[in-house]
Design a protein around this ligand. Structure first.
Ligand code: MEV
Length: 314
């Protein structure tokens, strides 16, 4: 039996811009997906998906998930015409758009295969194979999600637009930073939303250049502010990043409502996170007490399909 796990993630800054080579900051969260590989007598592979999930998530992602597993098996030249196994997915990561559920499952499956087939992979090779899995979900992922899912922690990430390995760095903060995550319950297709942004960029390059330059300055400022633990500034920059994502048209009414509720209840900054047009939002909390208050307010307002708290930075 082989066993592996991968973490969920929250993008603090840079979804969509990261696809075009701009830096992103993202944090691994405590929740994870686990995978177990059990050999069976019949040939081929079978997936039993027991992950907790937003309604409709698994159905919407099913075809992409199959493509993803096939990509991973091909990467390792694992031939299932002459042997068979079952993959069981579980864990405490609730699958929702924006939380890195697809990347977490790719990393978990790769690590379980590593264990079962004694592949002797290091984290870099786990990450590389998980990227292939992510390609099943959307043709040209930036690699941010699988990197954060593999390594955890707070990650500064830059994609190499020439197809080389991405540059990334793990940052450690002086104290943990507290986040509230809330889900709209709406599952978005990353492929469709990323494709749509690309169309808008191609139709109006100067518009995209202006927004991206603003983002580029913002993410560098955010890195400095985080390292200096200037959370008020980080929060303001998160709000500004949300504005830019609205301009890219990847936010939605449901996300904007959650972002506003969080700000009205003590968040020092809030923004959508991940693909957008549904999925999740994150809110930065000044401390643990406020984190609970913000989460409580989001639950009470009844506009979120799920509310979680997490910390990052250590
Ligand atoms: C999805 O979690 C993040 C996007 O930037 C896509 C990517 O980075 O591949 C929207």
């Amino acid at each position: 039996m082989g066993y592996g796990s991968g973490r969920g993630k929250a993008i603090l800054f840079g979804e969509h811009f990261v696809v075009y080579g701009f830096p992103a900051l993202a944090a691994g969260i405590a929740s994870e997906t686990t995978a177990k590989i059990t050999r069976v007598r019949s040939f081929g592979w079978k997936l039993v998906d027991n992950r907790p999930a937003m309604p409709g998530y698994k159905e919407k992602k099913y075809e992409e998930q199959k493509a993803s597993v096939e990509n991973i098996l091909k990467h390792f030249d694992i031939d299932t015409t002459t042997m068979g196994f079952q993959i069981d997915l579980e864990g405490d990561l609730v699958c929702a758009s924006g939380i890195g559920a697809s990347a977490a499952s790719c990393v978990a499956i790769v690590r379980a295969l590593n264990d079962e087939f004694s592949l002797n992979l290091n984290d870099e090779q786990v990450n590389e194979a998980s990227y292939k899995g992510e390609m099943g979900y959307h043709g040209t992922p930036s690699g941010l999600d699988n990197t954060v899912s593999t390594y955890g922690g707070l990650v500064w990430f830059e994609r190499d637009l020439n197809g080389g390995s991405p540059k990334f760095e793990r940052l450690t903060l002086k104290k943990p930073v507290h986040l509230v995550i809330a889900s709209t319950g709406i599952t978005a297709s990353t492929k469709a939303v990323v494709g749509d942004v690309r169309k808008k960029k191609d139709a109006n390059p100067s518009w995209f250049d202006t927004i991206s330059e603003e983002y580029n300055q913002l993410v560098h400022d955010a890195r400095d502010a985080l390292v200096q633990m200037d959370l008020t500034k980080v929060g303001t920059l998160m709000n500004n990043n949300h504005d830019l994502l609205q301009q890219l048209t990847v936010s939605s009414r449901e996300l904007d409502i959650l972002v506003t509720i969080a700000r009205q209840n003590g968040a020092i900054g809030s923004k959508m996170t991940g693909t957008g047009r549904g999925g999740n939002m994150i809110a930065l909390s000044p401390d643990e007490v406020s984190m609970k208050q913000i989460a409580g307010a989001l639950e009470k307002e009844g506009r979120a399909a799920g509310v979680w708290t997490t910390s990052f930075g250590l």
